[in-house]
Design a binder for this molecule. Structure first.
Ligand SMILES: [Fe+2]
Length: 256
């Protein structure tokens, strides 16, 4: 997840300075129980409504193992597979830091989990969103390469003062994308996959627009931070999204 860069930051510190210890031992029994509750509830809710590589990733990474995942154990499976690894951060990181992390196949994961009282409302993405929502797809080679490429686009776009362009690509694919699979509409994005309320809404609501995904449309389609999305971009397939995004050079992005 990313946030707006502070206007007062002229020179971004290196992304490493945002990394903290996951401090896995400090998660309480109740934290682990909240993970188990969220995991079981979301897997049941999603059923087959999510693209197949997401479900494959859950299995590959053994995310069904009880309790909050320990990042070292997760990385021991993920890194040899696609070169990606997770690091712990205390909360949202600025856009430029986030995209710099992606270029190095590093994904930031909140070092906290929501409370039982906040199951469906989050002020900032916690480790359930980050780990359940994002990491399964980073075990997929093609998607993982697309995510790294988005990092390259992000660094270049921010340097050109056009960070919104790549934030919108990210939002409409990695966070809120939908994709067809064998003709059926499925969830692709992490915000949808990890959301109790919006996962079904995105697929089933008659009150939203669903428009064909293209990089150009994503670049020019605004999004909401504070409510369910009024429109979703639908890719012909996961592969089509990966192909279109990874084929876009920074120069092309800025010219769209
Ligand atoms: Fe996210």
């Amino acid at each position: 997840m990313l946030q707006e860069k502070s206007k007062t930051e002229d020179i971004a510190p290196s992304w490493e300075s945002y990394v903290v210890s996951q401090d896995w031992e400090s998660f309480t029994d109740d934290d682990h129980a909240v993970w188990d509750l969220l995991f079981a509830r979301q897997v049941e809710l999603l059923g087959s409504r999510v693209v197949t590589p997401f479900l494959d990733g859950i299995d590959l990474l053994r995310l069904s193992h009880p309790g909050v995942p320990e990042l070292g154990e997760l990385n021991a499976i993920l890194e040899p597979r696609t070169g990606w690894r997770t690091v712990a951060v205390p909360g949202l990181v600025p856009d430029d830091v986030f995209f710099a992390m992606l270029t190095e196949r590093v994904f930031p994961v909140g070092n906290f989990i929501r409370t039982r009282e906040q199951l469906d409302y989050l002020e900032a993405p916690d480790c359930f969103h980050d780990l359940f929502g994002h990491i399964p797809m980073l075990a997929n080679h093609d998607f993982a390469e697309m995510a790294r490429h988005v990092g390259e686009l992000g660094v270049a776009a921010i340097a050109a003062g056009e960070g919104d362009r790549v934030a919108r690509i990210y939002w409409h694919s990695v966070e809120f994308g939908l994709a067809k699979e064998d003709g059926e509409l499925k969830i692709l994005g992490a915000c949808l996959a990890s959301s109790f309320g919006e996962s079904h809404f995105s697929l089933e609501s008659d009150a939203v627009e669903r428009l064909p995904f293209s990089v150009s449309r994503a670049v020019h389609t605004p999004y909401r931070h504070d409510a369910f999305q009024p429109r979703y971009l639908v890719s012909e397939s996961l592969e089509a999204t990966v192909e279109a995004v990874t084929a876009t050079s920074p120069e092309e992005l800025l010219a769209l």
